[in-house]
Design a binder for this molecule. Structure first.
Ligand SMILES: [Zn+2]
Length: 250
C-alpha cells in the first residue's frame, strides 16, 4: 500500500458529489496536493474538525493509481488556529498567504520550508504583531523561497558592490537595486534607506526565523513603508499578476 502520513495545512475545500469533500492541502514533505475525503460531509468521525481551511492536520492519504488526485483516509487535528476565524483581518491575511504560497509552489512541487513558513505565519497571526508588518515579512520570505530574492549585492546597472551606505533605487525589471549614480528615485523606482535594504536582505535570507517582533525590532515605521512599496512592485512583477486576495487587505 502507498499510504502516507503528513503534517499538512488545509488550504481550501470544495463540496464534491453528495457527501464528499475535495481538499487542497500543503504537506510538510510532498508539497501541495489535492485529495478526496469520502463522506466527510456526512459522518465526520474520520475527519473530526480537521478539514476546515487553515487547520494544521495530520493526514493519512494514498495516491489513486496514475492520478493527480489522492484519497484521504483520515485526519487528526494538530492546531486549528482559532484566532484566524474570529478576526477578519487575520483571516484575510491568511487567505492571501495561502494564495501566494500556492502561486509560488504549484501542485506537487515539494518545499518543506514553504510549509514551515506558512505554519510560522499562522502562529504569528494569533500574536500581537501588526498585520501590515507580518505581511511584509511573509512576502519577502515567500518570494525568496520561490526563487525571487531581491539582489542587494551590487548595482544592477554599473555592477558596483552595494555596501549599504547610501540610498538605493529598486528596479523591478531587474529584481535588484541601482546606485544613485545610475538611477533616480521616483514613484515607479522607489528608494530604500540603507537600513531598509539591509533589513530586507536579512529577512529574505532567513525564511525560517519565526515571524515575530524580533525581526522587525530595528525597523521604524518609515523603513517598513519603504520595504512595503518595494515588495509590492517586486511581487506583482515577479508573479506577473496581482493576487486575488490582496484586495481584502487594504
Ligand atoms: Zn550603479
Amino acid at each position: 500500500m502507498n499510504t502516507h502520513i503528513s503534517e499538512s495545512i488545509i488550504t481550501r475545500t470544495w463540496e464534491f458529489g453528495e457527501t464528499d469533500l475535495l481538499v487542497s492541502f500543503f504537506t510538510t514533505d510532498r508539497g501541495r496536493l489535492k485529495g478526496v475525503a469520502k463522506g466527510a460531509r456526512k459522518s465526520s468521525r474520520r475527519f473530526a474538525n480537521c478539514l476546515d481551511s487553515f487547520c494544521l492536520t495530520r493526514l493519512e492519504y494514498e495516491r489513486k493509481s496514475g492520478r493527480e488526485l489522492y484519497f484521504l483516509h483520515s485526519g487528526k487535528l494538530i492546531h486549528g488556529f482559532p484566532e484566524l476565524r474570529t478576526d477578519f483581518h487575520a483571516l484575510s491575511l491568511a487567505s492571501y498567504m495561502v494564495e501566494l504560497a500556492e502561486t509560488l509552489f504549484p501542485l506537487g512541487v515539494s518545499e518543506q520550508r514553504m510549509f514551515l513558513l506558512l505554519k510560522n505565519a499562522f502562529l504569528a497571526l494569533g500574536g500581537h504583531m501588526r498585520k501590515e508588518e507580518l505581511r511584509v515579512l511573509f512576502e519577502a520570505k515567500a518570494l525568496a523561497l520561490g526563487g525571487y530574492s531581491i539582489n542587494f549585492e551590487r548595482c544592477c546597472d554599473c555592477g558596483r558592490r552595494y555596501a549599504a551606505e547610501g540610498r538605493a533605487v529598486f528596479k523591478q525589471k531587474k529584481g535588484g537595486i541601482a546606485c544613485l549614480k545610475c538611477e533616480k528615485e521616483s514613484a515607479r523606482l522607489p528608494g530604500l534607506d540603507p537600513d531598509a535594504a539591509r533589513g530586507l536582505d536579512q529577512i529574505q535570507a532567513t525564511p525560517l526565523t519565526p515571524l515575530g517582533d524580533s525581526q522587525k525590532a530595528l525597523l521604524t515605521e518609515e523603513l517598513m513603508n519603504e520595504m512595503k512599496k518595494v515588495l509590492r512592485l517586486h511581487l506583482s512583477y515577479s508573479l506577473g499578476k496581482e493576487l486575488k486576495t490582496a484586495r481584502y487587505l487594504s
